[in-house]
Design a protein around this ligand. Structure first.
Ligand code: GDP
Ligand code: IMO
Ligand code: MG
Length: 426
């Protein structure tokens, strides 16, 4: 039975939400396995727009089991707000959603640490995190001694754990010249104990559930959050998120061994965007970038920050397609390029006078590369109503063919608008 992964190959926001929602029809289970509530996945159904942060994009089909697996970090307030918002809009949320008791929980101290510590990074540039406590929560997970998992909130020592951690964190904040906050352990406990009661119906051993499902041949879909270039190990470190957001994170985050995965869909925009700091070789900080931002509505789903926009970078996307073991490509937001007379695709980089096609491992090198572009003609007409590949203008097909050739994978899905119907299956 098919086990499919949808992995963003750029810096996130490749329209994973739309694609996963479409593919849920063919699946029994949809799984989020890494990241936190920073990820904003947009789903448009019946003219209504939903913005999901942590809830898997399978939630709109009640027969689909949605799973938030172990590798995710959970912000209880934001999660409960998200499901309340969905229920208010008539979306069924109950037994169809489960969260791992092994998932780590984001506490108020994590927000404060995000604020205090993101101020400077490599070369004095900030990472530009979403300030949602994601990185600090993962740091405590790896550090172990100051971490609390969802299952721990139902144990008798939860209160004393909070007291102990608050003591340490207050000392840490005090060392920031008095600029940090002072936490009250009892207040934090009361707040999180109340969350624990509300979360209880959703908490489960998702690893056992998913392993059973894999062994019984259930159809599963793994929904990646963020993009591969934000991967903590393989992305543009340190300007990354704190989890394995490339395909390599599926097994670690869900507990399902890689041998069950039968198909990996690499999802890209027809151009490139990035939110936050860090190098971006094909960035167009000019009229082209402005045009793409306006036409593509390129503003953060959660934070509303303007996204940086640029040309399609085939060096970066080929690297991440290989890294994720991608079988086929989904090219999204192709319609956004329709008004441009000429399009550029980056096919190589020049670094210190040398031409390279491998993605540099150090951000300092990535900062210095000069993109080598190939120019392709635009198609000069709207395509958002096109339903078949053959009906796309010849130049749009040429553009897709070139992306496919450069990434060495077939294009299986093309998206020409936010709605489910604006999708072409090749
Ligand atoms: P995700 O984080 O990967 O799920 O992507 P986001 O939801 O953050 O950003 C994608 C945005 O593009 C959303 O506003 C979608 O509604 C929109 N979108 C998805 N597919 C298309 C498309 O083919 N064309 C256009 N114009 N917009 C699209
Ligand atoms: P989706 O899933 C785009 C970026 C932030 C910042 C860096 C680290 O919608 O594609 P963090 O708060 O995770 O410590 O921030 O990662 N970032 C995203 N960029 N889309 C996302 O999610 C992102 N999630 C985090 O802007 O540069
Ligand atoms: Mg997003």
């Amino acid at each position: 039975m098919p086990v499919t992964c949808v992995i963003g190959l750029q810096w996130g926001d490749e329209a994973k939400g739309k694609l996963v929602d479409l593919l849920t029809e063919q699946n029994d289970i949809v799984v989020r396995y890494q990241g936190g509530a920073t990820a904003g996945h947009t789903v448009v159904r019946d003219g209504q727009t939903y913005k999901l942060s942590l809830v898997p994009s399978g939630i709109f089909r009640p027969e689909v089991q949605c799973v938030i697996a172990t590798g995710v970090v959970l912000n209880p307030a934001s999660f409960l707000g998200e499901i309340d918002g969905l229920m208010q809009r008539g979306v069924a949320v109950g037994k169809n959603l489960m969260i791992s008791d092994r998932a780590h929980v984001i506490f108020p101290w994590h927000f404060e640490e995000d604020r205090l510590l993101d101020q400077q990074c490599a070369g004095g540039e900030a990472i530009g995190t979403t300030m949602r406590g994601i990185g600090p929560c993962y740091r405590d997970k790896v550090g172990r001694s100051l971490a609390i998992r969802l299952g721990d909130m139902y144990r008798p020592d939860f209160h004393s754990r909070v007291e102990q951690i608050v003591r340490v964190k207050n000392e840490l904040f005090g060392s920031f010249g008095g600029g940090g906050m002072k936490l009250d352990a009892q207040e934090v406990f009361n707040q999180y104990d109340a969350y624990a009661q509300r979360l209880a119906p959703y908490v489960a051993d998702t690893t056992a559930y998913l392993l059973d499902a894999a062994e019984r041949g259930k159809r599963m879909l793994f929904e990646g959050a963020q993009g591969s270039l934000l991967d903590i190990d393989h992305g543009t470190f340190p300007f990354v998120t704190s989890s394995n957001s490339s395909g390599v994170g599926v097994s670690a985050g869900s507990g399902v061994p890689g041998r069950y995965i039968t198909k990996v869909i690499g999802i890209v925009k027809a151009y490139t965007t990035r939110v936050g700091g860090g190098p971006f070789p094909t960035e167009q900080d000019n009229q082209i970038g402005k045009h793409v931002r306006k036409r593509g509505n390129e503003y953060g789903t959660v934070t509303r920050r303007p996204r940086r926009c640029g040309w399609f970078d085939a060096v970066a996307a080929r690297y991440t397609a290989r890294l994720g073991g991608v079988d086929v490509l989904a090219v999204m937001l192709l319609d956004v390029l329709s008004e441009l007379r000429e399009l550029r695709v980056c096919t190589a980089y020049e670094l210190d006078g040398r031409r390279i096609t491998d993605f540099p491992s150090h951000v300092d090198d990535l900062r210095r590369v000069v993109p080598v572009y190939e120019t392709l003609p635009g198609w000069g007409k709207e395509i958002s109503g096109v339903g078949r590949l053959d009906d796309l203008p010849a130049n749009a097909r040429k553009y897709l063919d070139r992306i496919s050739e450069l990434l060495r994978r077939p294009v299986e899905i093309v998206s020409v608008g936010p709605d489910r119907r604006q999708t072409i299956f090749a």
